[in-house]
Ligand binder design. Structure first.
Ligand code: ZN
Length: 763
């Protein structure tokens, strides 16, 4: 019998305390290895066991845990809760919560062909907040039902609770049967901003997918955490597509490749399966490579293998390892067996080496048309990496025939070069080297063939337009596509009906604005940005109409955000008016369109100056709504005039901010070229205090990222020297530092290539 005492922590790790609306609560976050902060245990994922918890809580409190309650007994001063033993779980999935909690009933899923008992869903929230979980509980039921059918395996545990946590480091955590979320992600209904409604569905689907990927079958060691995260990230899109087709999840899945390809172009990028020998390695493993690249690679191989064969492979893997542990080899073996081809060899080339492939593609029509490809590692101009890499890579191209129809052809390219034979005899009118954008690679075409493809923009699938946007970014980053060509190629995409495509030109313009043109010319760059998105706003209308497609709502929010970023006077005035209403600055607060709140409150603070700034800082002491807090802190953090900007930075160390809000005012300060230097000075002066206030994971380790917006060699050296010593004692910070410094150096090299081109355009 072991006996021990441990203090409650306050840094969102282990067993930690949160004060909410004046009352104390206890929540837990054990992944990855923070259970050991609170109790003696073996919290390596390879150890799975049933766990029976008993919790004695003072009067007026409720306790919940992974498993259903077995009994509760009144004891002196409170209640003793005894929970049933769990199914075998690793310690990192253990969880409980104690406090004056609301417990609300959600739907009960009837028993079905897979599950021999009903499954009750409940929502848990701080006192008074339970009613806000209604919509989340409803979609939770739909998602679980869909996942059970996909896996062909019943939900593995006896009950399922979703828990709204007011201060939480990550987005959510898939604890078996007791899934915890940032509260704002669950307090969602049909009146919420469209981005939040979608985030709610995605995160719930992600955590629920883990109940199979990760919980039922757990990775044997942390180097295979992609078996959890890549799969849950891939699966969330399928599940959301099934229950909310209007959320456009399959197209958004394609945007992941575009988003993560910058990170994967760094020499300091991780591999999906990177050896793990330290706590820092584990923290680093929860990155864009594991989640987003992992999901994209899975999507590519699912397409190659076929949906059915892939699903059978996953089902067989689940059946073989249920309630146990498994490795990447186990999964790849199962996929190969069920797909009747060798999946393991090509798939491993993506797991075990870093980088995104670069496909130099060329349509050749000598006899039968083929797409000839040369493969190397994509590296931006200035990179010190080795381009001579190959992959085992399914490549699918689409070609436009003389009959006006697009058709797809696929081939497995092994190594450094190969050919994709295209259908038909005659030479295609155009070719896209990444059909539906499903492939995890960047590509280029000869200039005339790229022009031919751009002419067909309107007939390309959404995933192909996202992939085209990525190709423009790749050409620009590698220095082969001049500034003017990149911009003119991307500008028509601003009017694209897909919100994930429509932001395309802004990246080039912000690069010019911050790091290429003379400061005196920045106004011209912003005017160009505004000129691209004013017509978008005119097309979708300034204000929402009932029953709109989510994509229209997102394009409206995007256009307002772009115009606000461009400091378009008319837009800022319109937004500030709305923002004052939302904040109740001129009377009682009123409703404004949810999708515009972010930009509107930002504009109201910018326009209102110190009096509004002061009022909102004061409000942070009493405002309990996490979403409103996010708007407030985002708006306060976005002021650019001193001395207000200095006060915004100082907020990060203000006791009125929650632990998971500490970095929120600093990111916009670091991202604005006018406050970038001052933010860096602030980080240098307050490093110890920041590290002390932040959690280790998703906190202190990310601090070097605040300097990654710099763009000169001198700054790269300075950032490196400043953090170097500190980084070795903060788990995970060394890689974050390497990536930040490399990004700064690459930005400097890119600026050297594009500076003249941008200055010619914006004189
Ligand atoms: Zn996850």
């Amino acid at each position: 019998m072991l006996s021990w005492r441990a203090p409650l922590k306050n840094d969102l790790e282990g067993v930690y305390k949160v004060d909410y609306a004046g009352e104390p609560y206890i929540f837990t976050q054990f992944e990855a290895i923070d259970a050991r902060d609170s109790m003696p245990c073996f919290d390596e994922p390879g150890f799975k066991m049933p766990i029976a918890l008993r919790i004695t809580a003072p009067k007026g409190n409720v306790a919940v845990a992974n498993a259903p309650l077995a009994s509760s007994t009144n004891v002196e001063g409170g209640t003793r809760y005894a929970f049933k033993a769990t199914q075998p779980i690793p310690i990192y999935l253990l969880a409980f919560a104690v406090g004056p909690l609301d417990v609300v009933d959600g739907p009960v899923l009837d028993k079905n062909a897979l599950r021999d008992r009903p499954l009750p869903l409940r929502g848990i929230a701080p006192r008074g907040q339970g009613a806000q979980l209604k919509t989340s509980l409803a979609i939770s039921g739909q998602i679980i039902a869909w996942l059970e059918q996909w896996f062909g395996v019943a939900y593995p545990y006896d009950k399922l609770d979703i828990v709204a946590v007011p201060d939480f480091a990550a987005g959510a955590m898939e604890n078996a049967g007791l899934v915890t979320f940032r509260d704002a992600l669950l307090y969602v209904d049909a009146n919420s901003p469209i981005g939040l409604q979608k985030g709610n569905a995605y995160v719930i689907a992600h955590e629920f997918a883990h109940q199979w990927f990760g919980n039922l079958v757990t990775m044997a060691w942390w180097d295979d955490v992609w078996l959890n995260e890549a799969f849950a990230s891939w699966m969330e899109n399928l599940a959301v597509h099934a229950v909310r087709p209007d959320f456009n999840a399959l197209t958004e899945a394609r945007a992941g490749t575009d988003w993560v390809s910058g990170e994967d172009s760094l020499v300091s990028a991780r591999q999906i399966r990177q050896p793990v020998v330290s706590k820092g390695d584990i923290i680093n493993a929860f990155d864009g490579i594991t989640y987003t690249k992992g999901a994209a690679v899975i999507g590519m191989f699912e397409h190659w293998l076929g949906e059915k064969a892939f699903q059978q492979g996953v089902r067989a893997y689940m059946a073989e390892h249920r309630f146990g542990n498994a490795t990447a080899e186990d999964l790849l073996d199962s996929l190969s067996r069920n797909g009747r081809r060798d999946v393991a060899t090509p798939f491993s080339t993506f797991l075990d080496q870093p980088g995104i492939p670069y496909l130099e593609a060329k349509l050749v029509c000598q006899s039968a048309p083929v797409l000839e490809v040369k493969v190397s590692r994509f590296l931006p101009v200035g990179s010190t990496g080795d381009r001579n890499k190959g992959w085992g890579m399914p490549v699918c191209a689409r070609a436009l025939g003389a009959d006006g129809k697009w058709s797809e052809s696929c081939a497995l390219i092994d190594g450094r070069e190969g050919k994709v034979p295209l259908t038909g005899r005659s030479c295609p009118k155009a070719v896209h080297p990444n059909a539906d954008g499903i492939g995890y690679y960047r590509w280029s075409l000869p200039a005339d063939q790229l022009k031919g493809l751009v002419k067909q923009l309107k007939t390309l699938a959404p995933g192909e337009r996202i992939s085209l946007k990525n190709a423009l970014r790749a050409g620009y980053a590698s220095g082969t596509l001049p500034f003017a060509d990149a911009l003119t190629g991307a500008e028509p995409l601003a009017r694209d009906l897909e919100p994930t495509v429509a932001g395309a030109p802004s990246g080039f313009l912000w690069n010019a604005h911050d790091d290429l043109v003379e400061p005196a010319s920045r106004g011209k760059v912003r005017a160009r940005l505004a000129s691209l998105y004013r017509p978008v706003l005119d097309a979708v209308g300034k204000l929402p109409k009932a029953g709109e497609d989510p994509r229209v709502r997102e394009r409206r929010a995007l256009a307002w955000g772009m115009l606000a970023g461009a400091e378009d006077k008319a837009a800022l005035a319109d937004l500030a008016k709305l923002g004052r209403v939302a904040l109740g600055l001129d009377g009682p607060p009123g409703d404004i369109p949810a999708d515009l709140k972010d930009a509107a409150i930002g504009a109201a603070v910018k326009q209102g100056g110190a009096p509004v700034f002061d009022k909102l800082v004061e409000r942070l002491a009493t405002e309990n709504d996490s979403m409103m807090r996010r708007y407030l802190i985002g708006a306060l953090g976005s002021v650019d005039d001193e001395p207000l900007a200095g006060r915004a930075r100082a907020l990060s160390l203000d006791a009125r901010l929650r632990t998971n809000e500490v970095l929120s005012p600093l990111w916009p300060q670091a991202g604005d070229v006018r406050t970038r230097d001052a933010t860096w000075a602030f980080v240098r002066d307050n490093l110890d205090a920041l590290i002390k206030r932040l959690p280790e994971t998703f906190g202190a380790d990310s601090l070097p990222g605040l300097a990654s917006g710099f763009c000169t060699e001198a700054r790269a050296a300075e950032v490196d020297a400043f953090f170097k010593e500190r980084a070795s004692s903060v788990p995970g910070m060394e890689r974050a530092l390497a990536q930040s410094v490399e990004s700064i150096r690459l930005c400097a090299a890119k600026a050297a290539v594009h500076r003249d081109g941008a200055r010619r355009l914006f004189r």
